[in-house]
Design a protein around this ligand. Structure first.
Ligand code: HEC
Ligand code: HEC
Ligand code: HEC
Ligand code: HEC
Ligand code: HEC
Ligand code: HEC
Ligand code: HEC
Ligand code: HEC
Ligand code: HEC
Ligand code: HEC
Ligand code: HEC
Ligand code: HEC
Length: 300
């Protein structure tokens, strides 16, 4: 269990008086555990006992007051459940801290029986959120049963800035949705077909993602092996024109010409030199279409 178990017990019924103000709690976290380098000003710690007093005198005083020290190992005598939960699901709350690092005091004497998370978790944006317990429902199992209730977006951005920027910078219907409408459980990713139908039957989740980056679904990009049939589901007329065409353009895929990004339209010059027959007629009619019609309905 905790690394301070043997040292940081507390005086059960005759708690001898370490009083901590709210503003000091973060610092106490470092002090006790030495992990979080939080900077908090106005740190005030009030000890009834003068700080320099030797251990022996403190012990003696405590004994006189009728207190006895209780170690983490003894909590289980009266609280069987929490030690068990922590052992199985505690994660770093088992390995990095002990019961008494969090439970600084005990009733009836002590009023600080339940710690605030900010005592040890401060500084990161994530730790400035409200109501830690609304998601981390059991501190003794802090990452188990993470609950995401209601519409949640802003809190996710404390760790996932990139996705937040994507939905904000590329407005789409997905921008209007809360993150957990799709990610109902943390780290779980939905299939598009839970909400949408396919353009064509032979598409799957992978193909959806190959064209639509999900957090900016209207910023359609695609790879060079995208089949022309996919484009044809919406551009049926173009597809059939090209299929019927007998020139060398017939053999080219849509994405060979319309590279990478949806709605890019190439110029003939992207692939062809200036008119191959720069004769007099060409000078008069520079538009390729005047003799060759369109790229899809090419005439030679
Ligand atoms: C001798 C039995 C006994 C031991 C040992 C014991 N407790 Fe308790 N504890 C109780 C009882 C009884 C209560 C309920 C007191 C109340 O509700 O006023 C309680 C309540 C608590 C609470 C709830 C306080 C609140 O305000 O809700 C916490 C937290 C707690 N104990 C932690 C600990 C920890 C940590 C240890 C070991 C370091 C420990 N206890 C050891 C008997 C014990
Ligand atoms: C990381 C801090 C932390 C550690 C470590 C911790 N607790 Fe708790 N404990 C809490 C908090 C916070 C609560 C208040 C309820 C909650 O948020 O889960 C609590 C509540 C309790 C309660 C009151 C009943 C309840 O479950 O609400 C008892 C009893 C208790 N803890 C005992 C223990 C014992 C025994 C250990 C060591 C095996 C321990 N705790 C370790 C933070 C901690
Ligand atoms: C006494 C100090 C202390 C308190 C109080 C405390 N924690 Fe922690 N907690 C730690 C330490 C130390 C770690 C491990 C280092 C880290 O992840 O920052 C930790 C880790 C965690 C983790 C990650 C667990 C893992 O296994 O990776 C979560 C989640 C967490 N704490 C939530 C909370 C919440 C929520 C509260 C308040 C209800 C709380 N903690 C109160 C000390 C504390
Ligand atoms: C909206 C839900 C939500 C709220 C509110 C929330 N957390 Fe978290 N927390 C999470 C999620 C999700 C994770 C990531 C879990 C994972 O990595 O699997 C997490 C991870 C953590 C971790 C471990 C990872 C890390 O970055 O340190 C700690 C510690 C933690 N939270 C503490 C807190 C504290 C303290 C609060 C309150 C100030 C809080 N959380 C509020 C959802 C929440
Ligand atoms: C405290 C930080 C933290 C918070 C808050 C947090 N996450 Fe995460 N999330 C993580 C970490 C860490 C991972 C794992 C990243 C990795 O494996 O590269 C992760 C992974 C994910 C994944 C990826 C799963 C995968 O298979 O790739 C999704 C989706 C996710 N989080 C969604 C969310 C949503 C939605 C929220 C808000 C409800 C949220 N997260 C809040 C830390 C957090
Ligand atoms: C319309 C549904 C939907 C919404 C809304 C949504 N996501 Fe996702 N998210 C997904 C899908 C699907 C994936 C898997 C993408 C992949 O594998 O390429 C994903 C992947 C992720 C990942 C893993 C890394 C990555 O980018 O692939 C994180 C983190 C994540 N989402 C966070 C968020 C956050 C934060 C929000 C809110 C701002 C959010 N998501 C909103 C569907 C959604
Ligand atoms: C949880 C449900 C959900 C999931 C999962 C989901 N979407 Fe959506 N999506 C919606 C809703 C709701 C709309 C807006 C109404 C509509 O167009 O159907 C939308 C709209 C869209 C739009 C049009 C955007 C606009 O602004 O017009 C595209 C493109 C889209 N989704 C692609 C995807 C892709 C690709 C995936 C998987 C990677 C996916 N969606 C996953 C719910 C979802
Ligand atoms: C070859 C690329 C491509 C693939 C693969 C693809 N889409 Fe699309 N999708 C588009 C284009 C382009 C649009 C039109 C965008 C616009 O209007 O600007 C679109 C539009 C949409 C829309 C908005 C409504 C509509 O029908 O116009 C939804 C929803 C959508 N796609 C979902 C999906 C899903 C789900 C999959 C996987 C089964 C998928 N898409 C696969 C390119 C693709
Ligand atoms: C889901 C339907 C859908 C799919 C699939 C689709 N498109 Fe489109 N495409 C559209 C819509 C809608 C427009 C806009 C039409 C308009 O503005 O009149 C468009 C416009 C275009 C334009 C014309 C831009 C302009 O300036 O006139 C090109 C070029 C184009 N798409 C190429 C493709 C290619 C290549 C593919 C396959 C990789 C593809 N589209 C797949 C729906 C789709
Ligand atoms: C992305 C590249 C690309 C674009 C853009 C493009 N072409 Fe081509 N074109 C080709 C390729 C490749 C061939 C076949 C060359 C070969 O095999 O020698 C070709 C062949 C041709 C031919 C000869 C056809 C045959 O069967 O002999 C003509 C004429 C032609 N293109 C005209 C045009 C015109 C006019 C445009 C603009 C409307 C255009 N091309 C746009 C790539 C392109
Ligand atoms: C040889 C290159 C080439 C190929 C192959 C090609 N396009 Fe085009 N496309 C163009 C050019 C160049 C234009 C601009 C108009 C023109 O000069 O023909 C264009 C225009 C368009 C337009 C907008 C104007 C219109 O005609 O509706 C759409 C949509 C389009 N292409 C879709 C497609 C689709 C879908 C495919 C595959 C079935 C495809 N293109 C194959 C070169 C090509
Ligand atoms: C005045 C009519 C005319 C115009 C305008 C014209 N071409 Fe042609 N082009 C032709 C004819 C005729 C041929 C066939 C020559 C042959 O069969 O030897 C041809 C052949 C081609 C070829 C095939 C050359 C080869 O060596 O096989 C390409 C590529 C081509 N044109 C591209 C273009 C482009 C690009 C434009 C616009 C800049 C353009 N043409 C404008 C009449 C024209």
């Amino acid at each position: 269990m905790g690394i301070f178990n043997n040292k940081v017990g507390f005086k059960l019924f005759g708690f001898s008086g370490l009083t901590i103000r709210k503003s000091t709690v973060c610092l106490l976290g470092i002090f006790l555990i030495g992990i979080v380098a939080c900077q908090q000003s106005a740190v005030r710690t009030k000890l009834d006992i003068p700080p320099k007093q030797p251990e022996a005198i403190i012990e003696e005083k405590a004994e006189k007051a009728g207190a006895f020290e209780i170690t983490d190992a003894q909590c289980v005598l009266c609280h069987p459940k929490q030690p068990q939960t922590i052992k199985v699901y505690g994660g770093k709350h088992e390995t990095e801290v002990g019961c008494s690092d969090c439970h600084l005091e005990h009733p009836p004497k002590g009023t600080k029986a339940v710690p605030e998370c900010g005592m040890c978790h401060c500084e990161k944006a994530h730790y400035q959120l409200d109501q830690c317990g609304s998601c981390h429902t059991d501190t003794h199992a802090p990452l188990i049963n993470l609950t995401l209730e209601g519409e949640i977006s802003e809190p996710c951005l404390t760790c996932h800035m990139q996705q937040g920027d994507e939905v904000a910078n590329y407005p789409s219907a997905h921008t209007e949705m809360a993150c957990n409408e799709c990610h109902a459980e943390h780290r779980k990713v939905p299939n598009c077909m839970e909400c949408h139908s396919k353009h064509t039957e032979d598409m799957n989740f992978e193909s959806c993602k190959s064209c639509h980056p999900v957090h900016m679904p209207l910023d359609v990009t695609y790879s060079e092996d995208t089949p022309s049939e996919y484009c044809g589901t919406c551009h049926g007329a173009v597809l059939s024109l090209l299929e019927q065409n007998t020139t060398k353009h017939h053999d080219l895929s849509c994405v060979y010409c319309h590279k990478n990004k949806h709605k890019t339209v190439p110029s003939c010059y992207a692939c062809h030199d200036k008119p191959p027959r720069p004769d007099a007629l060409m000078q008069k009619i520079p538009a390729c279409a005047a003799c060759h019609d369109t790229a899809h309905n090419l005439i030679v």
